[in-house]
Every structure is written in structure tokens, then in C-alpha cells.
Design a protein around this ligand. Structure first.
Ligand SMILES: Cc1ncc(C[n+]2csc(CCOP(=O)(O)OP(=O)(O)O)c2C)c(N)n1
Ligand SMILES: [Mg+2]
Length: 372
């Protein structure tokens, strides 16, 4: 696998960002960002077809962090990948009016595709987005012009997959054979303050196989090459959605809590200094090396170029999108705006969140005054 060394460095530096951000506000969830760091490195450093300089590019892959409590995973990787999320925002994790609220919120942070936090909802949203993508493709793609061909990914934890909403949505995804959907299962044997076997003994992977997913299990969830190969197989599967169970060690990088329920929350942050040393990071907090910065800058440039030339993975020699298709898309957008404005006018205004020192969410339901 190419770039393995730099991706490993990026994974450990993403761990460092999570430790420092959570340490700074004494609040948050370290377990997932540390446990799934290699998953993030492969997604954001190699696999995802997105354009960090244009987070609204229509044909971008969608990545949803269903386990929204692990939000520092997402913020760390969005920052490294070059989205409009400066280090200052990572430092302001969980502060009021920052772009890094306790749980990811759609519209607040560039690159966040979906508001998550209620376990399982991200899986439901991912299935909906995969269906929407198929519908858009059916409306607008022609044999000559493949306008929509993106993939949808959701990273879900044990808790997400215990939720009924995830099961219901996944069952439909299997039934519809949504080959553009991949669910990544952060299987770490811990759910919050207990080991997972206190509340579950089913075989989650067999359940997803029975829904009609192609399934596989990665025994070492910190093996970059294994994660990368599994993602390639998922992308290449034209028959079925894919479910990848990834065995990870929750809180990896903080030996005092790793692999135990103490790794779930912010408890491990008090070992920040030793953890930084163990990860091979300098004393400097919020450290990102020049090499990692350069790697992601180059990737961002390549992705931007690919996105603006209609790729990926449109075949070479493809014609520019014909006017007819663009008009159709425009009509849809106008309709959408019309319906949105009607709904806005008729929705009762929700009470606003009262500012407090620490913001778990910076808004309740209605983000800002309706513009229409
Ligand atoms: C529907 C719902 N119920 C409860 C919670 C509170 N909660 C947040 S994280 C969590 C534990 C989830 O376990 P897992 O997904 O395995 O996360 P991990 O401990 O591995 O980070 C719970 C119960 C929630 N966010 N949403
Ligand atoms: Mg878990």
C-alpha cells in the first residue's frame, strides 16, 4: 500500500489532536477518535472522493460519523484534510459559537454531512443519502454522462447498531441492494461505561449478512493496508451494500484506559503528556508535522482538480454535462427552495438555546433566522 508511513503518522497526530482538544475542555469522547484513527487515515488520506475546497460539490462521496459522540474524530480529519476548519476551531472544541460543537451538526461545520449524536441516526441518514444518490443518478445520468456516481459511508459504533433505526434502515438498504453504501462498524467491545457483552451477544455481522450486505471482518482495525483493501472491495462491489466489521481498541494510544470502558469518554485525557510521548509526538500540543501538512495539501490539490474536471470516476474523454441535464437539476433546486421557504414560514419558531459556558450543541433545532 502506498503512503503507509505518512498515513500512520497522520493517524497518530489525529490522536494527538483529539487528546489535546478533549484535555483542553475536560469534556468529550476520546475512545472513538483514538480507536478508529487508522480508519480515518485511510478514508481521508486515500479513499474518499471529496473536494475539501468545495464541500458542496454535488458528486462528492458522503461520509457520516454516525457515532457522533466521537466528534473529535471528524473534526481532526476534516482539519487535516484541508476543509475550512482551522486549528483554532479544533482548539475551541465544545466552546460556544465554535465550529466544533460536542456532536457534529449539519450546516455548522464544513464537511459535516449530517447532524449526529443520537446513536443509529447516522446509519438511517446514510441509507437515505444512498437512496437519494441512486434517484439522482436515475434522473440525470445518461449513457454518455455519469453525473452522479458517488458513494456513501457511515462509521457506526456498537451503540448505533443496537438501535432499531439502524436495523430498519439497513434492512431496506439490503433489500434495495444499495451498492453505493458502506457501513464501517467500529467494533471495540465497549459501550460507554461497560463492556459490550454486558448488553449484547448477537452476531452483528451475521445480522447484516442476512439483510443482504456483503460482509467482512478486519481482525486488526489498526492495519492500514487491511482497511484500505476492504474499502477498495466495497467500492468495487456492484451487487450489494457492504458492511465491514473493524475490530479496534478503544482509546488506543492511552495505555491506562485503552481497551476498557474507561477509554470511552474524557477520562484518559489526564494522561495526555505520557500519551503524546508514547505516540511519538513532541511536547507541543495540537501538533501536526510539516510532512503530514504537505501530504494533505497535495491530496487536496489533486482532489480539487479531479472534482472540477468531472471526475472521479467519470471515464476519460467524457463530455461536459449537457445543458439539458443542468437545467433539470436547476429546476429541482428551485422546487426544493420553494418548498423549503413554505415550510420555513409555517414552522413554529423553536425556542433558542440559552448560552452557557460549555456548548454540547450550539443550537437545538432551528439553526438561524429563516432567510425566506
Ligand atoms: C439513542 C441514544 N441513546 C443513548 C445515547 C448516549 N450514548 C452516547 S455514546 C453511548 C455508548 C455507545 O457505545 P458505542 O457506540 O460502542 O461507543 P464507544 O463506547 O465504542 O465509543 C451512549 C449510550 C445516545 N447518544 N443516543
Ligand atoms: Mg463501542
Amino acid at each position: 500500500m502506498q503512503n503507509q508511513e505518512i498515513l500512520q503518522q497522520a493517524a497518530d497526530q489525529a490522536r494527538g489532536l483529539a487528546i489535546d482538544a478533549i484535555h483542553a475542555c475536560s469534556s468529550g469522547h476520546l475512545g472513538l477518535p483514538l480507536g478508529a484513527a487508522e480508519v480515518g487515515a485511510v478514508l481521508f488520506g486515500k479513499d474518499l472522493k471529496v473536494d475539501p475546497s468545495d464541500d458542496q460539490w454535488l458528486n462528492r462521496d458522503r461520509f457520516i460519523l454516525s457515532a457522533g459522540h466521537g466528534s473529535m474524530f471528524l473534526y481532526g480529519w476534516l482539519h487535516l484534510a484541508g476543509y475550512d476548519l482551522p486549528l483554532e476551531e479544533v482548539k475551541n472544541f465544545r466552546k460556544l459559537h465554535s465550529k466544533t460543537p460536542g456532536h457534529p451538526e449539519y450546516g455548522e461545520t464544513p464537511g459535516v454531512e449530517c447532524t449526529t449524536g443520537p446513536l443509529g441516526q447516522g446509519v438511517g441518514n446514510a441509507v437515505g443519502m444512498a437512496i437519494a444518490s441512486k434517484m439522482a443518478a436515475a434522473h440525470f445520468n445518461t449513457s454518455e454522462h455519469e453525473i452522479f456516481n458517488h458513494q456513501v459511508f457511515a462509521l457506526a459504533g456498537d451503540g448505533c447498531l443496537q438501535e432499531g433505526v439502524a436495523a430498519e434502515a439497513a434492512s431496506l438498504a439490503g433489500h434495495l441492494a444499495l451498492n453505493n453504501l458502506t457501513i464501517l462498524y467500529d467494533s471495540n467491545d465497549v459501550t460507554l461505561d461497560a463492556m459490550a457483552d454486558a448488553s449484547q451477544s448477537e452476531s452483528v455481522i451475521d445480522r447484516f449478512a442476512s439483510y443482504g450486505f456483503a460482509v467482512e471482518r478486519i481482525e486488526d482495525g489498526h492495519d492500514l493496508a487491511a482497511i484500505s483493501a476492504a474499502l477498495e472491495r466495497a467500492r468495487a462491489n456492484t451487487e450489494k451494500p457492504t458492511f465491514i466489521e473493524i475490530k479496534t481498541i478503544i482509546g488506543k494510544g492511552i495505555p491506562e484506559v485503552a481497551g476498557t470502558s474507561a477509554g470511552h469518554g474524557e477520562g484518559g485525557a489526564k494522561f495526555a503528556e505520557a500519551a503524546r510521548q508514547g505516540l511519538g509526538l513532541p511536547e507541543e500540543t495540537f501538533y501536526v508535522s510539516d510532512e503530514v501538512r504537505a501530504f494533505f495539501a497535495e491530496r487536496k490539490a489533486q482532489l480539487g482538480e479531479a472534482a472540477s474536471s468531472g471526475m472521479p470516476p467519470t471515464p476519460p474523454g467524457v463530455l461536459p454535462t449537457p445543458k439539458k441535464q443542468l437545467c433539470l437539476i436547476q429546476e429541482y433546486l428551485v422546487m426544493y427552495l420553494l418548498i423549503y421557504s413554505i415550510v420555513c414560514k409555517n414552522l413554529p419558531r423553536m425556542p433558542m438555546w440559552q448560552p452557557v459556558q460549555l456548548a454540547v450543541r450550539s443550537l437545538t433545532i432551528w439553526p438561524r433566522p429563516c432567510p425566506y
